[in-house]
Design a protein around this ligand. Structure first.
Ligand code: AMP
Length: 587
């Protein structure tokens, strides 16, 4: 496929803010895409070259892209930087410069999608001496053959800053429309651009089928391919397989026990809610793989967990859900997540760090057991298996502490016991609930005393003045729209960040983290690529016309950095709406 065709689609999608219209456009495009191009197209539509769980990133700095633009257009780096300052968008700069250059050189070879994709992937593999020149060469090779509009999107693709607003929700629905158009009877009125499925119920049924297929294989490219080649039957046959990470199940939040019982029914299973980080564990063919909640492979970082799993679980193959919690060697007290978070990213001296910050694995669910998928089996059945196969050894591996009760007083006591033990609260689970990957369905709820904290991504900041000169301060925070993948601003935080490193997360540390991701500067204000995720507390959520989410946080304060969360995993706007309404209900 010619890259031009994809670029035409990008342009059309960018020019509309209507979700349904975007879906329609993407679906038409998927329909005409041949199967062998589907994987590439699905990724590029989302501005990616690797699936979301893949750790690899293009990681090219704007400086390098400027060099590439210079090389391919013959303009000096200074001129390009000047124009960039004026226009603010490096993609547009490339477009303009290629446009002026084209008037002199009319010769051009047609770019195809595969070439663009391959060059971008190569960017991720180069390291060491000479790699910078090589990378600049790969980008400028594309720009040299690009039309002005193609240049705009090549630059945005390479900088992983596509901004056309296609998230997983739109991809999912477009797969439905592209493959099951007849069954759902989509009406498109080309005049009003109104698009409606004829039969809502039927439509939702197909959306669910595609979503469920995605939840177990975690790969839209695969889902799109199967939908195209094998239809509904093929999708229904997709099963989770040991070794392939699946999306984790999420839990709703309540603040009082009575509400929890109302959601999950009586009797319910109550468990401690451990404050660590989630670990999905796969064992097959004698191999053990550990994935984070983001589905990154952290097997090497946690050698002791691999040992515990090998030694203390009696089964040949499985997928487990668990929480790894740090504890203090001497006092044996659990440690807050922040203490052990550095282990997730560590690539060297792993053994040393493991000795310093050991973790205990608290297993709370099992999704596959000896080759059999048991996500549709009741929770009590899955828990029985856990108890059968795990030999609990405190401070190494245990199954989550659990009681089963219908009694509110007993539940309250258990909750208080958990809080006294330094846990965040408790989980309450429906005994017959299935395991639903990727979804916040309500087969389980968490009971926590405080207002739900939010994970938000930083999209802008300000250079400080006076004592804070040289530091980025006052961070603008954003949540995500799960349909479009767009980031919606929700407030600014400057509280909770320390001036000295010893006291906690400091301005210096934040500045170091944020600086490489600056996209644009104007006076003291800087725009920042959404990469750094933080957890914040606040007093209240309010309506606000000042931020694109329509909400603002009252008195936000930073709790901690969330190195384990990616930008597209931050709290979504639906959660914020729910929280907003739940607080009003209380007041
Ligand atoms: P939250 O991160 O506040 O949405 O709470 C849900 C998280 O609690 C899950 O993602 C797990 O990482 C963690 N968790 C701790 N203990 C349990 C448990 N017993 N059952 C389920 N999740 C747990």
């Amino acid at each position: 496929m010619h890259y031009k065709e994809l670029v035409e689609l990008y342009e059309k999608i960018e020019s509309t803010s209507k979700r349904l219209e975007k879906t329609y456009l993407v679906s038409k495009f998927l329909k005409k895409t041949i199967v062998s191009d589907l994987s590439m197209i699905i990724l590029l539509l989302q501005g990616r070259i690797f699936p979301s769980w893949d750790e690899r990133k293009i990681g090219v700095a704007t400086k390098m892209v400027i060099k590439a633009i210079s090389k391919s257009t013959g303009r000096s780096v200074d001129t390009i930087e000047e124009t960039w300052k004026k226009m603010g968008d490096l993609g547009r700069v490339a477009e303009e410069l290629v446009k002026t250059k084209r008037q002199v050189t009319l010769f051009q070879t047609e770019l195809n999608v595969k070439k663009v994709f391959d060059n971008m992937r190569k960017l991720t593999t180069l390291e060491g001496t000479g790699s910078v020149d090589h990378k600049v060469g790969l980008i400028s090779e594309l720009l040299t053959s690009a039309s002005p509009t193609e240049a705009r999107y090549i630059v945005r693709n390479v900088l992983e800053d596509l901004r056309v607003g296609i998230g997983e929700g739109i991809i999912r629905d477009a797969i439905v429309w592209a493959n099951f158009e007849e069954e759902i009877k989509v009406n498109y009125d080309s005049e009003t651009k109104a698009i409606t499925p004829d039969d809502r119920e039927q439509y939702n049924k197909f959306v669910n089928i595609v979503q469920e297929a995605f939840d177990v294989v975690n790969d839209f490219a695969k889902v799109a391919r199967i939908a195209k080649e094998e239809g509904v039957e093929g999708l229904k046959k997709l099963e989770l397989s040991v070794g392939n990470p699946i999306k984790v199940m999420l839990y709703q939040k309540v603040t009082v026990i009575a509400d929890a019982f109302e959601k999950v029914g009586k009797p319910a299973a109550l468990e401690f809610k451990y404050d660590g980080f989630r670990m999905q564990i796969h064992k097959f063919d004698g191999k053990i793989i550990l994935y984070t909640r983001r589905l990154e492979d952290v097997t090497t970082q946690f050698p002791e967990v691999v040992e515990y799993v090998k030694e203390n679980i009696d089964a040949d193959s499985f997928i487990l859900d668990s929480e790894a919690v740090g504890y203090d060697q001497k006092t044996k007290k659990y440690l807050p997540f922040q203490k052990i978070s550095q282990r997730i990213k560590r690539k060297y001296n792993i053994g040393e760090l493991a000795n310093q910050f050991p973790v205990e694995l608290n297993v709370f669910d099992i999704m596959n057991f000896n080759g059999e998928n048991i996500i549709k089996k009741p929770f009590k059945f899955r828990r029985e298996i856990l108890e059968k196969i795990i030999k609990p050894v405190p401070y190494k591996i245990i199954y989550a502490k659990q009681i089963i009760t219908s009694d509110e007083q007993e539940a309250q006591n258990f909750y208080e016991e958990a809080l006294a033990a330094g846990e965040e609260g408790i989980m309450m689970k429906n005994l017959d609930g299935i395991y639903k990957p990727g979804s916040r369905v309500g087969y389980g709820v968490k009971v926590k005393p405080v207002m739900e904290s939010l994970d938000l991504v930083i999209v802008a900041a300000e250079w400080g003045t006076g004592k804070r000169g040289g530091w980025l301060t006052s961070y603008t925070l954003a949540c995500v729209d799960p349909d479009t993948g767009e980031f919606l601003e929700i407030g600014k935080v400057g509280t909770g960040i320390k001036e000295l490193k010893e006291e906690g997360t400091s301005f210096g540390e934040m500045t170091e983290l944020l600086k490489p991701h600056i996209i644009k500067e104007k006076g003291r204000e800087v725009k920042i690529k959404p990469v750094v995720v933080i957890e914040v507390n606040y007093e209240e959520i309010q309506h606000s016309p000042n931020y694109s989410s329509g909400f603002a946080l009252r008195f936000p304060r930073l709790i901690r950095l969330r190195e384990d969360r990616r930008a597209d995993e931050v709290s979504d706007i639906e959660l914020i709406e729910d929280l907003f309404h739940s607080q009003r209900g209380r007041g």
